[in-house]
Design a protein around this ligand. Sequence first.
Ligand SMILES: *[C@@H]1O[C@H](CO)[C@@H](O)[C@H](O)[C@H]1NC(C)=O
Ligand SMILES: *[C@@H]1O[C@H](CO)[C@@H](O)[C@H](O)[C@H]1NC(C)=O
Ligand SMILES: *[C@@H]1O[C@H](CO)[C@@H](O)[C@H](O)[C@H]1NC(C)=O
Ligand SMILES: *[C@@H]1O[C@H](CO)[C@@H](O)[C@H](O)[C@H]1NC(C)=O
Ligand SMILES: *[C@@H]1O[C@H](CO)[C@@H](O)[C@H](O)[C@H]1NC(C)=O
Length: 420
Amino acid sequence: MVHINLLKKLMCGILLLVVLTICLWRETRKGYYIPFKTESKSFQIPRALGKGDVLTTHLLSSKAVNEKGQLSAALPVKLNKVKGIISSTPPGNNAVAKSKKSLLSVNVWNEDNSSKNLIPRLQKVKNNYLAMNKYNVTYKGQRNTAKLSPEKLLCQLRDRVNVTMIHGSDGPFNTSEWQMYLPRKNLSQEVGHFRQCAVVSSAGSLKFSHLGPEIDSHDAVLRFNGAPTIGFQNDVGEKTTVRLVNSQLVTVEEQKFLTDTLYNTGILIVWDPAPYHAEIHEWYRKPDYSFFVNYKAYRTRHPEQPFYILNPKMQWQLWDILQENSLEDIQPNPPSSGMLGIVIMMTLCDEVNVYEFLPSKRQTDICHYYQRYHDRACTMGAYHPLLFEKNLVKHINQGQNELIYTHGKVTLPGFRNMHC
Ligand SMILES: *[C@@H]1O[C@H](CO)[C@@H](O)[C@H](O)[C@H]1NC(C)=O
Ligand SMILES: *[C@@H]1O[C@H](CO)[C@@H](O)[C@H](O)[C@H]1NC(C)=O
Ligand SMILES: *[C@@H]1O[C@H](CO)[C@@H](O)[C@H](O)[C@H]1NC(C)=O
Ligand SMILES: *[C@@H]1O[C@H](CO)[C@@H](O)[C@H](O)[C@H]1NC(C)=O
Ligand SMILES: *[C@@H]1O[C@H](CO)[C@@H](O)[C@H](O)[C@H]1NC(C)=O
């Protein structure tokens, strides 16, 4: 009897050890799951819209991580927060952080954030991109040391960013072959005019947000790349009116763009990074990803589904405005899909609500709500100048900080209703 009991206890002990080891191993592995990709192809990871960084990443992420019931190094910070002590704030921000009455404003994106606050690895990545200058950026514009008013900035976006799709009359696309593939109607003819639109990032912070019904109440919903709705309706909704995809997704076979039914709903728009202010001809000769073959293949299989190619001029017109209004050199790479999608919807809608581009209280380093890998780059930007996009979006937000905190929600006006 004694022997058997002892044996049982021993077995239980061993089992517990094995379980613990597996758990620990999985936790560790997650952190390394997708390491930072090589520079040239790296727009895979940060391509999604979304996450952001914040003054108090650790404060916020501790909550999100805990909601998932995962181990969290940030736990002590959370306890401090409960007690109302913001001891985790970096030295430079003490003045802001100590004003206890505005804990809320501390917890939303600080629009003056700079790359000095990035973790060393991401600072290095940014410097590498500056040194590489892959798209031959030669920025000679001004730099606004004094901030433009939100109204002025909005007008700049409206007047200087040409949101157009490639049309059959454009440069190298004016061949009889291309006429068979490009949609006949332009985008605004196709969709008409929306009142309220939602732009839904792919951020991990959408998990457990219960924003689905609110998102679906909009006239039109824009989603990005491979972001699914099935299985996530409660958090991200189920309506998809427009899907903005990058050329890598369309080109790379593993992404199953041609066969995955996810892509068969709504209007598709594909974009591809072009050399700095290049003519369409130049870009057409050497796109970042040669997506044209798959574009044609998709059009042949789904001739009724509107599918546009974003005119590449837009990306650098927008980038110039980001650079002009940042105090430092930003990554010389095109803006994120997220930023492009926001501006596209501002041309189609009276009002645009953007979800979890600026992170809410649910902020997390989980890159996408539908995947499991973690990387701070998804929040802060590596390839894309995400940090500066977020600063700009925060500056022109017309909604309340509280809604950023609770819903990750930013409200922007449509260009049509602006008076410049
Ligand atoms: C910018 O973001 C970083 C990372 O979250 C944060 O540590 C820092 O305090 C922020 N700085 C400012 C000025 O907002
Ligand atoms: C940038 O310029 C270099 C040298 O002029 C050229 O070889 C390269 O192809 C250019 N890159 C792009 C993306 O146009
Ligand atoms: C925008 O595109 C239109 C039509 O192609 C052109 O006439 C106009 O000059 C462009 N504006 C800018 C700022 O590039
Ligand atoms: C296509 O456009 C170019 C100018 O971009 C023009 O020179 C050429 O003649 C056009 N081709 C056709 C078939 O219209
Ligand atoms: C779309 O086509 C309509 C009708 O031809 C035209 O009025 C409108 O300016 C076009 N819009 C764009 C963005 O090209």
